[in-house]
Write a new protein. Structure first.
Length: 317
């Protein structure tokens, strides 16, 4: 085994359904034993481009894997700190356990796969971000920068723009007073961008990083006319899923209330009865919008999506 392969093996664990899954589905073209990949030929799969999903074990990640698998245009490669559950492994070409802060790991992913789309979901959410703002900056900003650098390198190597899909957040907004909020009305993408949480600050800065890599990367160097990646960002509201209960976000009380009610359990909510929570149903609408935006729309700016519901927080007898 080469030194490069050994170093790659030390930094990540490659997991597939080859030995673990009991689902009656076609296994991926790549399997592995002890982190050393072996290849099985699959002519149909080998012709499809690769999509990398980071944070694949998160609230959006698992549903996105299913949606991309149904769509069928990509072989799915996932990256998360923890191994992907067996249920989702048959849907993926390869799954990796590793850290987005590991630049060597990302370089090896790019070397092993011709990645044409990156769905960057990995993040440290708002509650934990307030408890450890430096760690939040490392993961949400430096990790994103590492992935943008990887995607730009792939863009140059493949000579076509790699799509980089970044889920931002309404945490990027910050409006000082209720009077100013009322004056804005239906807020635009360029209004009220004064976030007050580390998570919101990180997301807004990462949006600017993506805009830079798309329009201005190496603008004064010898590569000023070279191809650049295609960054797309959506500012999501609060999300709810019937499958998972979110953790680590300041708006988690909404989904937690509904999950508790569905189980017949009481829930003490820390917000007042006049609070309103913008919410989107992940299972019904969200992934359709992500897919259309990521795969079909020729747009590289950050933008909001229409909110399906604003929930009054009233039912806590």
């Amino acid at each position: 085994m080469s030194d490069v392969s050994l170093r790659f093996q030390e930094r990540c664990r490659i997991t597939t359904d080859a030995t673990a899954s009991s689902m009656p589905m076609t296994p991926p073209a790549h399997s592995c034993t002890d982190g050393v990949p072996t290849v099985r030929s699959s002519p149909l799969m080998s012709k499809r481009p690769v999509a990398l999903v980071t944070g694949a074990n998160g609230e959006i990640g698992r549903s996105l894997i299913e949606a991309l698998h149904r769509d069928g245009r990509y072989r799915i490669v996932t990256l998360d700190l923890s191994p992907l559950p067996e249920k989702y492994r048959p849907l993926c070409f390869e799954t990796y356990a590793g850290n987005i802060l590991d630049r060597y790991l990302l370089d090896q992913l790019a070397a092993h796969h011709e990645i044409e789309a990156v769905f960057h979901l990995a993040a440290l959410l708002s509650t934990r971000g307030e408890r450890d703002p430096e760690l939040a900056h490392q993961i949400n900003v430096e990790g994103t920068l590492h992935l943008l650098r990887m995607a730009q390198s792939l863009t140059l190597r493949l000579d076509r723009a790699v799509k980089f899909v970044f889920p931002s957040s309404i945490a990027a907004y910050g409006i000082p007073t209720l009077e100013q909020k009322r004056a804005y009305g239906r807020i635009r993408e360029d209004q009220g961008l004064e976030p007050i949480t580390m998570y919101g600050i990180n997301k807004l800065y990462a949006e600017h990083l993506g805009r830079y890599f798309t329009h201005f990367f190496r603008q004064m160097g010898a590569l000023s006319t070279a191809s650049r990646l295609d960054f797309r960002s959506i500012r999501f509201p609060g999300l709810i899923s019937a499958e998972t209960v979110p953790t680590g976000g300041t708006s988690d009380y909404g989904p937690e209330m509904l999950h508790a009610a569905a189980q017949g359990k009481p829930y003490a909510c820390f917000v007042g009865p006049d609070a309103r929570l913008p919410i989107e149903n992940e299972d019904r609408h969200l992934l359709t919008r992500v897919e259309r935006f990521a795969l079909n729309i020729n747009r590289t700016d950050s933008f909001n999506i229409g909110i399906g519901t604003e929930w009054p927080i009233e039912v806590v007898p």
